[in-house]
Design a protein around this ligand. Structure first.
Ligand SMILES: *Cc1c(COP(=O)(O)O)cnc(C)c1O
Length: 399
């Protein structure tokens, strides 16, 4: 043949990747346990007895982590956003009236997904880094005759937590709505009880609270949502890959929809199994203790957290960058000198430190807080690094 396109000259991966992997302490992806990494290196047949057993266990583990008895736990090959799109595409039909509770970037993305499937979103916005207020939500529910409510549990973008999620989900049910909750960041880091709180769809991704790989996500529909919107629908949804009725073939009927991302599902199996082994109450406690200690350490150093305690997310901690300091310089120095990576933000002058899954370990906190303080100083901030480290130690050892 004639090579009309020449082979490019390419450097090996090891020349691109850092010599020492960075400690991933940003807003995701997060470090994965060795068991998850090992599972992710295996390829098996996507159909057959072995895969059926794996899928059976992933669903059982998923039910535990979502706290549901629903038979509609499904995986999706794609990012957390694909799971968001799958929930929306199957529960929102053209003309559906959807109340989108917005307090940041990801909750607004849900509204955009509603628009794309020709639903009619009404945005109920909460500003100033505040969680959604159930009274305002109820007023809007009384007024608007809605079919569906969407919201996030944790707004990773600005580190706001919707602490009244249970209250709002139950309200929505009283007004006849189905509720879609994005728990990509928060699942398995803080309480969320799908059945008891009457949530109709929960979405999660792999690479955050669950400490699995990005690109394979999980969601669950309630029995009611399935009956009302999926089992007897008049029109097929717009998306073939995200059609829950078709996904059900693979996830519940041992047959073919599309070739499942087998390695990623094996990784997810291990991540979920580790959650189950740890148990949810212990895992929630670990996250709360670590995040509180980190927050206390940051404040004791002389830095300010963006969100007030009563609205604050624990799964991702947002700190305000002092005025004369460049956030980019802090992050670059943390990566280069300390091999620790944290996140900037979408348009806000904050830095974000993740407390999801493997990030919430005492040894990672010490390394991260030290790297932050030392790099802040390098970038010109005046702060008391030893006081921060001492406070981190004090809170961790007192709880
Ligand atoms: C990260 C995140 C998403 C998007 O997940 P992707 O895997 O990037 O698509 C959605 N919602 C929340 C709350 C998130 O934290």
């Amino acid at each position: 043949m004639i090579e009309s396109v020449q082979a490019p000259s390419i450097v090996p991966l090891e020349h691109i990747l850092p010599d020492e992997p960075l400690l991933m302490m940003g807003a995701g992806p997060v470090p994965i346990p060795q068991r998850v990494a090992a599972a992710n290196s295996i390829v098996i047949n996507h159909l057959g007895e072995t895969m059926n057993r794996v899928i059976g266990q992933v669903k059982d583990l998923g039910r535990y982590v979502f706290q549901t008895r629903s038979s509609h736990v499904l995986g999706v090959s794609g990012p957390g956003s694909a799971a968001m799109e799958m929930a929306v595409a199957n529960l929102v039909t053209p003309g559906s009236r959807v109340l989108c509770i917005c307090n940041g970037y990801f909750s607004s993305r849900l509204a955009e997904l509603v628009r794309r499937v020709r639903g009619e979103p009404t945005l109920l916005e909460f500003g100033n880094n505040e969680s959604a207020d159930p009274e305002r939500v109820e007023k809007e529910l009384q007024r608007g005759n809605y079919d569906v409510v969407t919201m996030v549990q944790g707004e990773t973008s600005n580190t706001v937590c919707n602490k009244n999620l249970e209250h709002i989900a139950k309200l929505a049910k009283r007004y006849g709505c189905l509720t879609i909750v994005d728990a990509v960041c928060t699942l398995s880091t803080m309480p969320l009880e799908m059945d008891r709180w009457q949530v109709d769809a929960i979405i999660t991704g792999g690479q955050k609270g669950l400490s699995s790989i990005p690109g394979v996500s999980l969601l669950a529909f309630s029995e009611e949502a399935w009956e009302r919107k999926i089992a007897h629908r008049a029109e097929l949804p717009f998306h073939w890959c995200l059609d829950a009725g078709l996904a059900d073939k693979f996830w519940n009927q041992k047959s073919y929809h599309y070739t499942a991302p087998v390695s990623g599902i094996l990784a997810l199996h291990e991540a979920l199994r580790l959650v189950c082994e740890e148990t949810l109450p212990k895992r929630f406690y670990r996250h709360e203790r670590c995040s509180n200690a980190l927050q206390a350490g940051i404040e004791a150093m002389g830095l300010r957290l963006l969100v007030k305690k009563e609205h604050r997310l624990n799964s991702v901690v947002g700190l305000v960058v002092p005025e004369q300091v460049s956030a980019d310089m802090v992050r670059a120095h943390m990566s280069q000198a300390h091999k620790v990576e944290i996140s900037g933000a979408f348009g806000l002058n904050i830095l974000r430190i993740g407390q999801m899954g493997e990030q919430s370990r005492a040894h990672n906190l010490f390394r991260t807080l030290h790297a932050l303080g030392s790099s802040m100083r390098f970038a010109g901030a005046e702060l008391d690094l030893p006081a921060g480290m001492a406070e981190l130690e004090r809170v961790l050892s007192s709880t």
